[in-house]
Design a protein around this ligand. Structure first.
Ligand code: SAM
Length: 291
């Protein structure tokens, strides 16, 4: 009599048994659609050799599938009330370790080193709490952790921004930050009815594959990202105006125009039309003058 956790009936049964009440503030929307789960697993690139990190196992719907398909699962759950629930629902899987910790506070590098084999391929798979999607992903990417890919359920708009192409409404500093570290792709959109309770926003599965080499070479990463942020400060303004505002104390308008010319980039363009390579050229040109 083995019924997977990710069904409406089994989920209701578990919630009732533990008198569990959802905490909206923790982004608790549990997956109840086994079809969506198989899609996540299919795209996540998991094999019997793979180490898997999960963020927010909830009552274990996704964790269970990760345990079945992967070598070992390390899952971080912030909600103390769920720890005994998970001990129960995942009792028959001996390759799962639940860590009661806030992922934003956890020393993930250390945990990877102690829980997985040296050189083992590690993938992250999660149905993320939507209130902190971007902080979680940006922290894990900036820390340059040995995680090969991220297959995550997140808010549709955020997924589209992370995977956007230049000249689109979604393209911005978040796009460039994510794509500097990874190749990003929206795998599929997921209807609200796949969750209990249903969230207020639409969701998508996003897949990020870590790059082994940066796509552009920059003199200073912080300066590169600051210049990108400045270029999008006011989306309707031209690149020249946004950069003038930003470098205001350090460079005159004329100096900025001259450097844009030198870079071969029309200052009348908007930030959203620039490819990452163009931002890299600009950053490397401005850095020696403005660092
Ligand atoms: N994985 C389960 C599923 O798919 O049914 C639950 C996903 S639910 C969207 C997000 C989970 O993340 C919840 O269990 C919540 O308690 C947990 N969570 C929220 N903030 C967290 C944090 N900072 N660190 C770790 N887990 C967190």
């Amino acid at each position: 009599n083995h019924k997977y956790i990710a069904t409406p009936s089994r989920t209701k049964e578990i919630l009732a048994k533990y008198h569990f009440s959802f905490k909206k503030s923790l982004g608790q929307n549990f997956l109840i659609d086994s079809n969506i789960l198989s899609n996540i697993i299919r795209h996540a690139g998991i094999t019997k050799e793979t180490g898997v990190i999960e963020i927010g196992p909830g009552i274990g719907a996704l964790t269970e599938q990760l345990a079945i398909h992967g070598q070992k699962v390390l899952a971080f759950e912030i909600d103390q009330r769920l720890i005994p629930v998970l001990e129960d629902t995942l009792a028959s899987y001996n390759n799962v370790e639940i860590v009661h910790e806030d992922i934003l506070q956890a020393n993930v590098r250390n945990m990877i080193a102690t829980h997985f084999h040296p050189g083992q391929s590690v993938h992250l798979v999660a149905n993320l709490p939507y209130y902190i999607t971007t902080p979680i992903l940006m922290k894990l990417l900036r820390d340059k952790l040995p995680i090969d890919s991220f297959t995550v359920m997140i808010q549709k708009e955020v997924a589209e921004r992370m995977a956007a192409k230049p000249n689109s409404k979604s393209y911005g500093s978040l796009t460039l930050a994510v794509q500097y570290y990874t190749e990003a792709e929206v795998v599929m959109h997921v209807p609200k009815r796949a969750f209990m309770p249903q969230p207020n926003v639409d969701s998508s599965i996003l897949r990020l594959v870590r790059r082994t080499k940066a796509p552009v070479s920059v003199l200073d990463e912080d300066f590169f990202f600051a210049l990108i942020q400045a270029s999008f400060a006011q989306r309707r303004k031209t690149l020249r105006n946004n950069l003038s505002n930003y470098f205001n104390e350090r460079l005159t308008k004329e100096e900025i125009s001259l450097m844009l010319e030198q870079a071969g980039i029309d200052g009348g363009r908007r930030g959203e039309s620039l490819a990452m390579e163009e931002f890299a050229i600009l950053a490397n040109l401005f850095y020696p003058e403005c660092k």
